[in-house]
Design a protein around this ligand. Structure first.
Ligand SMILES: Nc1ncnc2c1ncn2[C@@H]1O[C@H](COP(=O)(O)OP(=O)(O)O)[C@@H](O)[C@H]1O
Ligand SMILES: Cc1ncc(COP(=O)(O)OP(=O)(O)O)c(N)n1
Length: 305
């Protein structure tokens, strides 16, 4: 494990102090009416970390703890209206992007991020931190991203400060086979981070074993410098209630970044919080399938019994 912190930043932010008392954080994602994943999970994760949460919907998803039934995508024009309504009015400190659903949505979000960065620079303000969870397929197997939209998500990743793939998502981003061991996944993440000049928070939840490691992989700051890898290990929680873990982790990361010195500290604290939420999930008794984690476990724990 390397403890040096990544210094990667795709674009200058200016030198304004970035410690708002309650960061204003925007989720751009799909919905989960049972509250375990998507924007509903993101808003709970933001609140659990003391952030003011906002949400723009990319897709309405009929789903529950057993899986996805259908998806309705309002389309890029209405998506842009929602995005502009927020950014015309609110100084956003951080953005978490989850399910984008299709290529047109992904391209619209990219265009909005570019316009926001320009407007912020013109006003002498730093642009928001951007976390991209490249959601592609739900654990139930239902596609949450059109098959033809993968290049658009790679292009969106280039605009993010951090991308948070699970193993199958990393394989798509890297254009390779899905890694079957943690070492192979780390190798793939390091190679993808270097060639795409993107910071990757690799998630190891899809492996089996006594632990569920994640790793922050940052490309070297000069062409000759080695990538910086910071590993966050945690005991694997034996539970059925893992619905929305990826959404919740990336949302926590976005909420924490304005309140921490760097991505490594934010990722460390997001991971520790998520492990607690996984441990507490079964006490929620939400749904009869693969239930959600308890986002509020550290705020107001469920009484045993
Ligand atoms: N059973 C588990 N015990 C502990 N941590 C887990 C478990 N399952 C997933 N995680 C953690 O949850 C987060 C999401 O991981 P993963 O399941 O790989 O992503 P996704 O939900 O996007 O498919 C990661 O921090 C991962 O390490
Ligand atoms: C609206 C929406 N977005 C993302 C997901 C997938 O959630 P994730 O945390 O990646 O993992 P699973 O819940 O599929 O394990 C979703 N279901 N809905």
């Amino acid at each position: 494990m390397t403890l040096a912190l990544p210094q990667h930043a795709p674009a200058p932010r200016g030198d304004r102090p970035r410690r708002p008392s309650r960061p204003r954080v925007l989720s751009i994602a799909g919905t989960d009416p049972t509250g375990g994943a998507g924007i509903q999970a993101d808003l709970k994760s933001f609140a659990a970390h003391g952030a003011y949460g906002m949400a723009v919907t990319t897709a309405l998803v009929a789903q529950n703890t057993h899986g996805v039934r259908s998806v309705h995508v309002p389309g890029p024009a209405f998506l842009r209206e929602q995005l502009d309504a927020v950014s015309d009015d609110v100084e956003i400190d951080a953005v978490k992007i989850g399910m984008v659903a299709d290529e047109a949505n992904a391209r619209e979000i990219g265009a909005w991020l570019d316009a926001l960065a320009t407007a912020r620079t013109d006003s002498g303000l730093p642009r928001p931190w951007v976390v991209l969870d490249p959601v592609m397929v739900a654990t139930s197997g239902h596609r949450l991203l059109d098959a033809g939209a993968e290049q658009a998500v790679r292009d969106l990743a280039a605009r993010a400060d951090v991308v948070t793939p699970n193993l199958p998502e990393l394989a798509v981003l890297a254009g390779q086979d899905v890694a079957t061991t943690w070492d192979d996944a780390l190798h793939q993440a390091t190679s993808y981070a270097t060639t795409s000049d993107t910071v990757v928070l690799l998630k190891g939840g899809h492996l089996t074993g006594a632990t569920s490691p994640d790793a922050l992989v940052a490309p070297g700051t000069t062409p000759d410098a080695a990538p910086v890898v910071t590993t966050f290990d945690a005991a694997r929680v034996h539970t059925l209630h893992t619905h929305g873990t990826g959404c919740s982790l990336s949302a926590a990361l976005a909420a924490l970044r304005p309140q921490r010195e760097g991505w490594a500290e934010a990722a460390r604290d997001a991971k520790a919080w998520l492990t607690g939420a996984l441990r507490a999930g079964s006490a929620l008794r939400v749904g009869t399938g693969r239930g959600p984690v308890d986002h509020l476990h550290a705020v107001s724990p469920v009484a045993p019994g």
